[in-house]
Design a protein around this ligand. Sequence first.
Ligand code: CP
Ligand code: NVA
Length: 309
Amino acid sequence: MKHFINLKDIPAKDLRKILIDAKKRKKLRKNLNFLDTDYKEPLKGKLLIQMFEKSSLRTRLSFYLAIKQLGGSALTLRPDELHLSKGGESIGDTAKILSTFGNAFMLRTDSDKKLNEFKEHLSIPIINGLSPSSHPTQILSDIFTIEEIKKKPISKLNISWIGDCNNVLNSLIAASVKFDFRLTVGCPKDYRPNSSIIKWTKECKKKIYILNNAYKAANKADVILTDKVISINDKVNKKKKLAKFKNFIISQKIISNAKDDCIFLHCLPRGDEVDEVVFNSKKSKVWQQAQNRVDVQKSILLYCFDKLR
Ligand code: CP
Ligand code: NVA
């Protein structure tokens, strides 16, 4: 049994194994319906319990389909219907019951501490479906999408992130160490990446290029990624923060400094960080990116169950 909480804590070879498995499985599913199961139903009889303390569309649907395609089933709990959220039951007791009735637990939460407390008390795998500090399932899936489109290992590509330095970027930074690719971050001076993750990259002897100019950050990029400036439950002064990012809205001018065949990715949902022209252009692969979440999460589930081929 394995947990999937942070990319930085998962061996690089296991992350690569997940991507290889996802590629093989995706290929075998051509012409199948959403609910048709994979050959041999490797997770037959298994129940994934998922709980979202924050909104979700893609992660919710893709984990549901992922476990179903592997032969198992999913149950989504509403946090407001549990005793836990009203303080009437501890995380420890809740975790014990989840481990009694289910085989894996996927949690989207506003608290990294809660995620780790669940991990301590569960005897089943826990998957981080987004926390304040990371969004690992998203980024692993994005690496899959990048390699699928570019048809080469990500280590041979220039990746640029232009926008807010948030949970999704933290996972991308962790991925840049694990998969060894060149990562440039374009962000305003006052909104630089989290210092503890940068400290970790230095310990790993990895250099991340941080520029406070969006145009320069796009230079020679094979891939440009971004995310909302205002994340879910972000308790910042929205007007002030958005004003700081006004020169970081991804436009054709910024993209023109990237390689000709550069692609644009966004985990979605979107705000105003990318203009309509870029978002709707041929370079934008956001729908393929969203769809791949199912394929990669299937292999993440198999990894957690020690069932990767
Ligand atoms: N990208 C992503 O995680 O989307 P949701 O918030 O809709 O799950
Ligand atoms: N950074 C965003 C990602 C949403 C998928 C958030 O945390 O809201």
